[in-house]
Ligand binder design. Structure first.
Ligand code: GTP
Length: 324
C-alpha cells in the first residue's frame, strides 16, 4: 500500500531538514549544510511492512512553485494521501506564503479531495514572542486562510521533540489498523504487568501506537489555559479567539508533544552517536528503583518500549520469548 505525502512550503522553511532528521537519522546540527531542493525529490520509505510512504519533497523556490501550480499541477496533486505545508514562524513574507498555500490547497481539493492537510508552524525555536501565544495567533491566521478545508496545525522545531510529535500524528492517520495495534499493545501490557507499552517504527522511531492514551502533559495544560481549543466542522486546531471558548476540544493535549516523542528524539540521537563510533543500536534495558524499561525489536519494522513499575519484575521477565 503506497501513500503519497506532499511536503510543501516556501524555500528555506525547513522541509528537507525535517525529512533528513526523521527519515535519514541525521542530527539537527547538520541541516544547515543542506542545499536548496531542485524541483521535487521523491523518496520511498518502507513504513511498517506493507505501508510505503511516497514522500515528495517539493523545492519551495518561486519558479518551482509556479510550475507545480501550472504545468505540473495534475502530476503533483493527484493521488495525495497527506499534504504537509510548512510555514516559518517568523517568515519575512507571510502574504506571499499564503498566496501559494491557498493555490496549493485549491489544487489539492481538485485532484485529491480526500487528502488530509497538516500545517506546520516551523522553527518555533526562533519565535520572538511567547511560544504558545505565537502558535495560537498563527493557527488562527492559517485557519482563516484555509476557508472550509479541514486542517490540523502543529508548532514544530528540529531542536526538540515537537517535530516527532507532529510527524507521529501525521503518519498515524496513514496506518490503517492503528486502533487494532493499540488493543494488542494493551494485551501485551497486561501480560507483562506493564504500566505502558509504546510501539515505534524502526527507522524513524516515530510513535505508531501506545497501550494507553498519553496523560495530559504540562505543555498541554498551558495550551489549554493560555488559549482556547476548538473543533469546528472537523477542523481541529488551537486558537485564541474568544468566540471559540464555548467549544472546548475535549482532548487538547493531542496537539502537544508527549514524553513518547521525547523518547523518539533521544533514541534517534543515541542511534546517531552509536553510528559515529561504528556501532549499531540494538536494544536498551533500564532497571531503576522506580521502574524497569526495555526497548527492543518487536518485528522487522518495529521497536517496542515496555515500562514496568513493579520492582519484582526484571528485564529478563519482560524479554521472555513467551511474550513475543
Ligand atoms: P528548499 O529546498 O529551498 O525548498 O528549502 P527547505 O524548505 O527544504 O529548507 P531546508 O530544510 O534546506 O532548511 C533551510 C534552513 O533552515 C537550514 O539552514 C536549516 O538548518 C534551518 N532549519 C530547519 N528547521 C529549523 C528549525 O526548526 N529551527 C531553526 N532555527 N532552523 C531550522
Amino acid at each position: 500500500m503506497k501513500k503519497k505525502v506532499l511536503l510543501m512550503g516556501a524555500s528555506g522553511s525547513g522541509k528537507t531538514s525535517m525529512r533528513s532528521l526523521i527519515f535519514s537519522n541525521n542530527p539537527a546540527s547538520l541541516t544547515s549544510r543542506l542545499g536548496a531542493t531542485i524541483d521535487v525529490e521523491q523518496n520511498h520509505v518502507r513504513f511498517l511492512g506493507d505501508l510505503i510512504l511516497n514522500l515528495w519533497d517539493c523545492g519551495g523556490q518561486d519558479a518551482f512553485m509556479d510550475s507545480y501550480l501550472s504545468i505540473q499541477q495534475s502530476t503533483i496533486f493527484q493521488h495525495v494521501g497527506v499534504m504537509i505545508y510548512v510555514f516559518e514562524v517568523e517568515t519575512r513574507n507571510m502574504e506571499k506564503d499564503l498566496v501559494y498555500y491557498k493555490a496549493c490547497l485549491a489544487a489539492l481539493k481538485k485532484f485529491s479531495p480526500n487528502a488530509a492537510v497538516f500545517l506546520l508552524v516551523h522553527k518555533m525555536d526562533l519565535a520572538r514572542g511567547p511560544k504558545l501565544e505565537t502558535l495560537a495567533r498563527k493557527t488562527k491566521e492559517l485557519k482563516e486562510a484555509s476557508g472550509d478545508a479541514e486542517i490540523t496545525v502543529f508548532g514544530t522545531s528540529i531542536y526538540d521533540e515537537s517535530l516527532y510529535n507532529a510527524w507521529s500524528r501525521i503518519v498515524h492517520i496513514l496506518i490503517p489498523n492503528a486502533s487494532v495495534l493499540s488493543r494488542h499493545l494493551a494485551k501485551l501490557a497486561a501480560a507483562c504487568s506493564a504500566a505502558e507499552v509504546v510501539l515505534f517504527e524502526r527507522t524513524t522511531f516515530l510513535v505508531i501506537a501506545t497501550s494507553t492514551p498519553p496523560p495530559p502533559p504540562q505543555i498541554a495544560s498551558s495550551v489549554a489555559s493560555a488559549s482556547s481549543s476548538s473543533k469546528t466542522n472537523g477542523h481541529t486546531s488551537v486558537g485564541t479567539s474568544r468566540e471559540d471558548e464555548d467549544e472546548v476540544d475535549p482532548d487538547p493535549h493531542k496537539m502537544a508533544p508527549t514524553r513518547y516523542e521525547r523518547t523518539s528524539e533521544l533514541i534517534k540521537a543515541f542511534k546517531y552517536s552509536c553510528a559515529r563510533v561504528r556501532e549499531e543500536f540494538h536494544a536498551l534495558e533500564m532497571e531503576l528503583p522506580e521502574f524497569t524499561a526495555v526497548l527492543d525489536e518487536l518485528t522487522r519494522n518495529t521497536y517496542v518500549l515496555i515500562v514496568v513499575h513493579d520492582p519484582t519484575i526484571g528485564t529478563r521477565c519482560i524479554q521472555h520469548p513467551s511474550l513475543a
